[in-house]
Design a protein around this ligand. Structure first.
Ligand SMILES: *[C@@H]1O[C@H](CO)[C@@H](O)[C@H](O)[C@H]1NC(C)=O
Ligand SMILES: *[C@@H]1O[C@H](CO)[C@@H](O)[C@H](O)[C@H]1NC(C)=O
Ligand SMILES: *[C@@H]1O[C@H](CO)[C@@H](O)[C@H](O)[C@H]1NC(C)=O
Ligand SMILES: *[C@@H]1O[C@H](CO)[C@@H](O)[C@H](O)[C@H]1NC(C)=O
Ligand SMILES: *[C@@H]1O[C@H](CO)[C@@H](O)[C@H](O)[C@H]1NC(C)=O
Ligand SMILES: *[C@@H]1O[C@H](CO)[C@@H](O)[C@H](O)[C@H]1NC(C)=O
Ligand SMILES: *[C@@H]1O[C@H](CO)[C@@H](O)[C@H](O)[C@H]1NC(C)=O
Ligand SMILES: *[C@@H]1O[C@H](CO)[C@@H](O)[C@H](O)[C@H]1NC(C)=O
Ligand SMILES: *[C@@H]1O[C@H](CO)[C@@H](O)[C@H](O)[C@H]1NC(C)=O
Ligand SMILES: *[C@@H]1O[C@H](CO)[C@@H](O)[C@H](O)[C@H]1NC(C)=O
Length: 578
């Protein structure tokens, strides 16, 4: 009995060993979601293939050797799930594609050259090879939210959290290995500035060589060839222990271990964060409060959860506010809360909180204010990154005192419309700005050329105070050209057009940084301060993250010259945290 068992065990080991060199998948192989749905690694610990997602399937790499089939990598993570009637085809042309029943195809991995074989390795790395057996694509080099032992993050590599445990679409938080040697956490959509980050750890020395590493014994550390900085100590026996590091959907970076001898659950062995640290954890117009060992989200006064069962989605106005109806609003206080610093607003100095409330009530443009240490900073909605913190800072929110004239359903619909509006406005923002410019340029040009022609209708487009009235047509044309160039450069970054245009954008930015914008306008006579203003606004408008781009209103205020324009981030490179 025992010898039979031993024999079986030995042959199993032998077969596993023999299979190690033969686990390659070749053109002609295919998978379907329901039968032969994955290609396992030789040990069976990992598999590449279909897994259940929503009411369909996704393709990825997952732990296959344990009951918890944890997903560690996902192909095309932001695509909707695919139906059961698809085939993952390793085509004779050397591509890995999903083929629908209708015959349409979509690449699972984007390859630069023809693939001759692919292999699911025992490390959890899915590798595609060319005809020379050289790796041409690796899941380890294209991580989603998880880092596995022996996988490394190099500079600029990111781990983006998933929406939830059961939905691997891109979520809300990011870990990035920065060029300055720091591994740092941010809400997705914010620039890599220290005020947006909520955790980081760095290593001294050659910064571009710094990597984040996870060893098979659970040792998590930064290294750069000169030394290491341990983040979580390993050194435990590797027998039967599995590790993975994941950027979790709640903004925590956690190291998990799994004891295969106990078949329990994944256990957190290390985590970076204190509850409520991840900025934006509670969504907009809400703040995070720590209760004992847990956190909870609370809406601002006058706001209600978008979805009471998913409190982290944030809050919206319970009642619509008609800002300018006098006497029907009060300012409600939410003490000891800290929020994103809206750098577009300049503080008013008022000795007490009542003055701050009055100032906000009298101004139709503002729905909230932050009062701290005698400074009253008016805010626009939505308010972000709210967190309760013992602090002298008070949030003041304009709240209606009148009986509700609209109910919540209507508010919701209104908000939906508004969101669509905002989307359209964002898309057309830049175009519109130039239309205004072009029209005003045209008006000015026409009025210079011929004072007799009637152009007053067009003049209505341009606010007397906003309109850049002091410019000549040539000036405006020049400015517009330069700004358009900047914007086309941004487009070329997105669509991989010629590199010199990217360089042009960098050049414009470096001119701006060094205060040498006049290099851009050569001999033209241009109001330099206004030109700088416009360049700054342009750089804000072309930020890749739409949420960072200023609103139309802010653009107008910034162009108007009544508000300071913060220095825009360099659009082409990651900004150092220190
Ligand atoms: C699925 O795999 C089994 C065993 O590995 C094999 O016998 C069968 O032919 C495969 N089916 C398809 C459709 O490839
Ligand atoms: C996953 O989340 C995204 C973003 O919230 C959503 O659009 C998508 O429908 C979700 N997918 C599933 C399968 O629930
Ligand atoms: C895979 O793609 C090839 C074309 O490259 C096609 O001939 C073949 O039928 C496909 N196989 C499956 C199972 O869909
Ligand atoms: C590629 O690897 C396979 C299996 O490991 C081997 O059989 C083959 O000879 C190798 N080809 C080359 C060109 O090295
Ligand atoms: C950084 O790495 C490169 C190769 O990746 C190496 O040539 C260089 O010497 C390293 N620099 C330092 C200071 O270790
Ligand atoms: C190593 O073992 C110790 C004691 O069992 C445990 O407290 C620690 O969390 C383990 N470390 C890792 C990285 O698993
Ligand atoms: C948050 O608070 C609400 C209301 O008090 C409660 O129903 C909910 O269970 C709490 N959520 C958590 C995660 O503690
Ligand atoms: C919304 O406003 C109404 C009327 O002011 C109030 O009765 C209700 O409790 C509010 N709902 C929430 C969720 O705050
Ligand atoms: C907000 O930003 C302004 C300008 O960047 C700065 O002067 C002010 O100190 C900041 N306030 C807080 C509370 O961080
Ligand atoms: C709220 O407004 C919607 C749309 O006008 C209406 O269908 C619904 O009956 C209203 N609900 C209440 C409670 O008044």
């Amino acid at each position: 009995m025992a010898t039979t068992f031993l024999f079986l065990l030995l042959s199993a080991i032998f077969i596993a060993k023999a299979q190690q060199g033969q686990s390659n998948v070749n053109p002609g192989s295919f998978l379907t979601p329901t039968t032969n749905s994955s290609w396992p690694s030789p040990s069976g610990q990992y598999a590449f293939g279909f897994y259940k997602q929503g009411n369909g399937y996704a393709v990825g790499v997952f732990f296959a050797g344990i009951p918890e089939k944890t997903v560690v990598w996902t192909a095309n993570r932001d695509d909707p799930p695919v139906p059961a009637a698809v085939t993952l085809n390793f085509t004779s042309a050397g591509r890995l594609v999903l083929q629908s029943a209708q015959g349409t195809t979509k690449s699972v991995v984007v390859l630069g050259e023809t693939a001759s074989s692919a292999s699911m390795l025992d490390t959890g790395n899915f590798v595609v090879y060319n005809s020379d057996n050289q790796s041409i694509w690796e899941s380890f080099q294209n991580p989603t939210d998880t880092l596995l032992p022996t996988q490394q993050l190099f500079y600029d590599d990111v781990l983006d959290s998933s929406v939830s445990e059961s939905n691997q679409s891109t979520g809300r938080f990011r870990a990035i290995m920065q060029q300055d040697g720091f591994i740092a956490l941010y809400p997705i959509g914010t620039p890599y500035y220290i005020e947006y980050g909520y955790w980081s750890k760095g290593i001294q020395g050659p910064q571009l060589n710094a990597t984040l590493n996870l060893d098979v014994d659970g040792h998590l550390y930064l290294a750069n060839g000169n030394g290491i900085v341990t983040i979580s100590a390993g050194g435990n026996s590797t027998k039967g222990l599995l590790y993975r590091l994941r950027m979790d959907d709640d903004g925590f970076l956690r190291l998990y271990s799994y004891n295969t001898n106990q078949n329990g659950d994944w256990v957190v062995t290390w985590s970076a964060i204190v509850k409520c640290d991840p900025k934006g954890l509670c969504g907009v117009n809400a703040f995070c409060v720590i209760y004992d060992e847990e956190y909870n989200c609370t809406c601002l006064p006058g706001f209600a959860f978008v979805d009471e069962s998913k409190r982290t989605l944030g809050c919206e106005r319970n009642l619509t506010v008609d800002n300018c109806k006098e006497g029907t609003y009060v300012m409600e206080e939410e003490i000891d809360t800290v929020w994103e610093n809206d750098t577009y607003s300049l503080p008013l100095f008022s000795s007490n909180i009542e003055d701050c409330k009055i100032a906000c009530l009298q101004d139709c443009n503002w729905e909230a204010a932050l009062f701290k240490d005698g400074a009253c900073r008016k805010q626009r909605l939505p308010m972000r990154f709210g967190r309760r913190q013992s602090d002298s800072s008070v949030a003041l929110i304009k709240v209606s005192t009148s009986t509700p004239s609209t109910n919540r359903t209507m508010t919701k619909e209104r908000n939906k419309e508004l969101r669509v509006d905002i989307l359209i406005v964002s898309i057309t923002l830049v175009a519109f700005a130039f239309t205004v410019l072009a029209i005003s340029a045209f008006v000015i040009y026409r009025s210079h050329v011929s004072k007799h022609e009637n152009v007053s209708n067009m003049g209505n487009f341009v606010d007397e105070d906003v309109g850049p009235r002091s410019f000549t047509y040539a000036e405006l044309e020049k400015m517009t050209d330069v700004l358009l160039e900047i914007i086309f450069c941004r487009r070329s970054v997105d669509s991989n057009l010629p590199e010199e245009e990217v360089i042009l954008e960098e050049w414009v930015y470096s001119c701006f940084e060094c205060g040498e914008l006049d290099k851009l306008i050569n001999d033209e006579e241009v109001d330099k301060r206004q030109f700088e203003r416009m360049v700054k606004v342009a750089f804000w408008c072309i930020l890749e993250e739409p949420s960072l781009r200023p609103s139309m209103k802010k653009v107008l205020i910034m162009l108007e010259g009544t508000a300071d324009i913060p220095i825009p981030p360099n659009p082409t490179s990651v900004i150092s945290m220190i």
